[in-house]
Design a protein around this ligand. Structure first.
Ligand code: PGA
Length: 249
């Protein structure tokens, strides 16, 4: 059985004062939740503060990106050991906004994933097709290439902690969710591809999250699909009320 995993990606939202209030509210609202893994990914600047609040609670902390070197002359970047020291257990890698606006490639994702796991972080690796790719019938081809590149040569240790997130780019922040059937079709394809890469036992255990306009009113139908094990939530994770409704689907 794959345990549900619901993650909130705050993107570039919330000052420390705003973050403090939201994390505190979430901690109160989610304290009874036992059957779902919950993770929030605030901006870097609010990580330590959030860690102080989530410590000892049932909310895990993640970052939205990470560099692959442990230290060095990389102005503006943050390394895996730094995230660990700020209190993170997870890190989102290869989000479509990192790919689209900051040149992140599958090769970068692979390097970042490996360094993150070495430092003790659990990676949530994002993949997903753009609208024109879906419309030209290339969805599976794109997903296949992203999986082959991003998840190349994984060790047992890396496979054990990996989470994959399928986020069709056309559904992110647009209010257009993939229908549960469309999402399930992609998730099934991804699990099949992972079985080809690393065998069936691994593929049947790995958690695959759906992301793209997940809201309190569509989470139930998405989670009812066989191959959808959770959600990566952007906009609706910024509000403690709506995110906790999603967690309690
Ligand atoms: P959204 O974002 O829920 O606002 O569509 C999802 C994401 O980018 O992870």
């Amino acid at each position: 059985m794959r345990r549900p995993f619901i993650a909130g990606n705050w993107k570039m939202y919330k000052t420390n004062r705003e973050a403090e209030k939201t994390v505190q509210d979430l901690k109160d609202k989610l304290k009874e939740v036992k059957s779902v893994d919950v993770m929030i990914a605030p901006p870097y600047t609010a990580l330590s503060l959030a860690a102080g609040i989530t410590d000892g609670s049932n909310i895990y902390l993640g970052a939205q990106n990470v560099h692959y070197e442990n230290e060095g002359a990389y102005t503006g970047e943050i390394s895996p050991p730094m995230l660990v020291s700020a209190g993170c257990q997870y890190v989102i890698i290869g989000h479509s906004e990192r790919r689209q606006y900051f040149g992140c490639t599958d090769k970068d994702v692979n390097l970042r994933l490996k360094s993150a796991v070495t430092a003790g972080l659990k990676p949530v690796v994002c993949i997903g097709e753009k609208l024109e790719e879906r419309e030209s019938g290339k969805t599976f081809e794109v997903l296949s290439a992203q999986l082959s590149g991003s998840l190349k040569n994984l060790s047992e240790e890396e496979k054990n902690v990996l989470i994959v997130a399928y986020e069709p780019v056309w559904a992110i922040g647009t209010g257009k969710t993939a229908t549960p059937d469309m999402a399930e079709e992609a998730h099934k394809y991804i699990r099949g591809k992972l079985a080809d890469m690393y065998g069936r036992p691994f593929a049947s255990g790995v958690r695959i999250l759906y992301g793209g306009s997940v809201k309190p009113d569509n989470i139930k139908d998405l989670m009812a699909q066989d191959n959808i094990d959770g959600a990566l939530v952007g906009g609706a994770s910024l509000d403690a009320d709506s995110f906790s409704q999603i967690v309690k689907f």
